[in-house]
Write a new protein. Structure first.
Length: 290
């Protein structure tokens, strides 16, 4: 699987500067990749159907990225072949007052689907160690002094540990968590921002705050490396997927999704003998109808 080279499971450190943002290094042809993507989507649909029928495991896919990396379009195109009955997509925006009055995982846990289903998180609790950390938002939280007394570094090291424990908890309760970082270059982000400004149909996708966050691009890259290294495990790996070419991004993400589905329990339930006898009887009665 080509996506394996972008996988981080805690065994090796993440260095985003050494990873490509496009397909050039992988030496692939677009036409072939589009064919493989189409085949992957068909296999995904079959595997999801079996996962849903089996009902013993759940899947959680987390998409994280900077603005304009293509999270929405990736979800739209890669997950298009799945049965919507077994998929729950949640976009996590800036937390509201009710969410801020709870622990940072509260709103996440509410969005988990039943086993047998797939959750797709467009952003997630990782915002609470990315945006929050970059802008020191934890200083404004209504929390007891003991939670902040160790200083900023201790606060976020604790959060990393809490995230690891939470993902271990989910794994031990029948869920697999797969985290995907869409690795967009600064040059490509500029290009996409300009398209949003110049195209009236895309104006709504851009705001001045996007430019303000872009000013912290390099800081975010450093933070993403730190977060990936601190939370990547064999059970809940990270993938730093090239995001400059959407056709290649979608292919690699489809590879990641298929790999996760294959690892899950996806056997169609077998009926007991008594139930099989009933099916035979029903078949006989149907065939006997005029």
């Amino acid at each position: 699987m080509k996506a394996d080279r972008y996988c981080f499971d805690g065994s090796t450190p993440c260095d985003l500067h050494k990873l490509p943002c496009d397909a050039k290094r992988d030496g692939v042809e677009k036409a072939q990749i589009l064919e493989k993507t189409a085949a992957n989507l068909a296999e995904m649909a079959a595997l999801q159907d079996a996962l849903y029928a089996d009902g013993r495991e759940g899947l959680v896919f987390i998409l994280q990225a900077l603005d304009a990396a293509g999270k929405d379009s990736t979800i739209k195109h890669v997950m298009s072949g799945l049965n919507p009955q077994g998929v729950r997509v949640t976009s996590f925006k800036q937390p509201n007052s009710e969410e801020l009055s709870h622990d940072f995982l509260w709103r996440i846990h509410k969005a988990l689907p039943p086993r047998g289903s797939i959750a797709i998180f467009n952003r997630s609790y990782y915002e609470d160690v990315l945006v929050v950390q970059l802008h020191d938002l934890q200083k404004g939280y209504k929390m007891p002094p003991r939670t902040l007394k160790g200083g900023k570094e201790a606060f976020f090291q604790n959060r990393y540990a809490q995230i690891r424990h939470y993902e271990d908890y989910l794994y031990d309760n029948g869920y697999r968590v797969v985290k995907i970082f869409l690795h967009l270059s600064k040059k490509e982000q500029k290009k996409r921002f300009l398209e949003r400004i110049d195209n009236p149909a895309k104006n709504w996708k851009f705001s001045r705050s996007d430019l303000a966050e872009r000013a912290h691009f390099d800081e975010y890259m450093h933070l993403f490396e730190e977060v990936i290294d601190a939370t990547a495990t064999k059970q809940s790996p990270w993938y730093a997927i090239p995001a400059d070419q959407k056709w290649y991004t979608r292919y690699l993400v489809s590879e990641v999704v298929i790999d996760a589905l294959r690892r899950c329990c996806h056997e169609y339930p077998k009926l007991p003998e008594g139930a099989l006898d009933e099916l035979k009887d029903c078949r006989t009665r149907l065939e006997a109808e005029d």
